[in-house]
Write a protein that binds this ligand. Sequence first.
Ligand SMILES: [Zn+2]
Ligand SMILES: [Zn+2]
Length: 133
Amino acid sequence: MGEAYKLLCHHCSYNQKIYVGVGFRYIRLPEIWEWFEDEAGKERIRDFMQDNSTRHSCFQGLYICEKCNYLLNATYLYMESNTDTYKNSYDCPRCSEKMPSMPVDEELDHGLALACPECGTEKLSVECFLHWD
Ligand SMILES: [Zn+2]
Ligand SMILES: [Zn+2]
């Protein structure tokens, strides 16, 4: 089960809805393969699906650009077999800096201080508004 949050800045007009966590189509690799958008990643999923030693972790996460504070709500995928590993990665859509390899995994509505990506104000308000799956 995942959560959806509203992020809101009280100093500028920034507001965004984000979806984090695990949905029911994130559990099995063949289903992840169906919706996964990155073509190169899709190929890798297909490879790992052939290997029954594969373990994986997949969820919607929030990546924070360390350079410009851009918030990217995107899929994290890690796969590992006895012979191979794969982890997807992102570049910041705004400043092209490499995003951290892991999204934030803290509970977003429990005191995580997110800076506003637009005006830099210290703390966005974070409100959980629905559960999704
Ligand atoms: Zn950036
Ligand atoms: Zn702001």
